[in-house]
Write a protein that binds this ligand. Sequence first.
Ligand SMILES: Nc1ncnc2c1ncn2[C@@H]1O[C@H](COP(=O)(O)OP(=O)(O)OP(=O)(O)O)[C@@H](O)[C@H]1O
Length: 476
Amino acid sequence: MTDQHKILVVDDEPSICWALEKMLTGEGHDVITGSSAEEGLRLAAENELSMVILDVRLPKQDGISALPRFLEVTDNAPVIIITAFGDLETAVAAVRNGATDYLTKPFKLEDALQTCRTALQKSSRRTAPAATQPMDLDPSVLVGTSPAMQQVFRQIALVADSDLSVLITGETGTGKELVSAAIHRHSRRSDGPYIPIAPVALNPDLIESELFGHVKGAFTGASDDRAGLFERAEGGTVLLDEIGDLPLGTQVKLLRVLEQGQYCRVGDVKPRTANVRILAATNSDLHEDVASNKFREDLFHRLTGVQIHLPPLRDRLEDVLPLCRHFLASMKYRDVDTALDDELLEQLKARPWHGNIRELKNAIGHAAVVARGRKLTIDDFPEPKPGRENAGVSPVQSVEKAIRAWTEKAIEESPDTMDLHSDFLAATEPTLLRTVMKHTGGNRAKAAEMLGIHRGTLRDRMRAYHLDDPSANSNS
Ligand SMILES: Nc1ncnc2c1ncn2[C@@H]1O[C@H](COP(=O)(O)OP(=O)(O)OP(=O)(O)O)[C@@H](O)[C@H]1O
C-alpha cells in the first residue's frame, strides 16, 4: 500500500489544482492547494510537506525563482515544477534550482502520477541543490515544442548535472550533436573543454593514439610523447559520435575508461586517470551491431544506462513551424511571422524529411535565398532528399515493406475492418494498371495480356478506378 503524504499543489489554474488533488487523494494522500507562490510558501511553512507541485507561471513571483525558498521552508521536500513553456532552459533552470522533476502542460494524469510516485520515493533522500543561480542560457539553441522534444529537454535537464555517460540515438540530422553540446553546456563541466569526435574520421591505425595518446617510440613515427583526446578533454566532455564505428580493440579500452576511469597511452603501461565525461551518439542500431559481434555487449550495456532518443522530424511535425521560424530568424529574414502561411506549412509537413532537421535547415536556407524577403512558397524549396531506407534494398523488398506498413496502418486505423482486401486493391491496383497501360502505349489488349487477365476484366477494373478517362492515365 502507498504511504500517505501531505502534498502542496501551487497553481493559479483551479482546474489543474483540482485534477492533481483528485489524482493524489485517489492515491490516499492529503492535498492542500494554493494559487500563488506567496500563498504556497505560507502553506508550506504551516504544514509538514512530503512534496510540492509548483507551477512556473504564477501571478506575482514565478515558480522557478520561488523554488529555492520552497526547498528551504520544506526542508528540501521534492518539488515538481509544472510549466507550459517546456523549453530546455526552463527545464535546466528548474532542475538547477533544485526541482526533482518537471511536467509540461498539457500532461497526461498517468504521467503526472508516475512522476509524483518517483518523486515521493526520493523524498527521504533529498539533498540540498548544488546551485541556486539561474543560468545564463541561450534560448535559441535547441528548438522544439513537440511532446517528444519536451521529453528530450527533460532528460537533458535531469542528466546534465551528473557525470553519467549518455547514449544519444536518432537518425541522421535529428540533433544528436546539439543535444550532446547542450548536456555539456548545462553541466558542471561547462567551463572545461567539449570535444566532439567521430572515430570514423580518424586514421584507423592511429585511432587509439588519437584517443589515448602515445609515448615516444610506441610505433614508427612516434617521435615524441603525445597527449590524446582524453587528456586534452581533461575536466570536460567528450562526444564519441557514431560510436558504432569504434574498432573492437578500442571498445575494450573505452570500457575501461567508463568503468575504472583509467587508460594508458599507447606504448605505456602506466595507467592515467581520465577526468572526462563521455557522451556517445549513434544513428545505427547498436542492438544489431551487438548481434553481429561488431559491438561489444558489455560496452553496449554500459552505454545504454542513460539513453536519449531523438525521434525523426516526421514523427514530431509540431516542431516544423518553430524550427522554420528559428532558422529564418537566425538568418535575419524579413518579417519571420508572415513568411510562412498555413498552406506552406502543411506542404512542408507532408515531406518525408529523411535528412531530418539538417535537411529542413538547409531547405529553409535555400528557400530564403530564392524568396529574397518575400513570403515563402513551396516552389522556393529544393526537392526533398531521397530516403536512404531504400538504398541497397530490392524493389521486391521495398514493396514488401510498403505493404506491411500500409496493412499495419489500416488495421490500426480501423481494427474492425472487413474490407481490407478490397481497400488494398483500391490502393494498389490503379498504379499497376496505369503503369502497364503506359508501357503498352495505351493498348488494352496488350496490357490485358501482360497482366494475364481478360480484356473485359481490364476494362471493368479501369472503369471502376476511373482510369478509362484518358486524362487520368498519366503515370504521375
Ligand atoms: N532541435 C533543434 N533546434 C535547432 N536546430 C537543430 C535542432 N536539431 C538539429 N538542429 C540543427 O540541425 C543540424 C543537424 O544537427 P546535428 O548535427 O546535431 O544532428 P545529428 O543527429 O548529430 O546528425 P548526424 O547523425 O548526421 O551527425 C545542425 O545544424 C543543428 O544545428
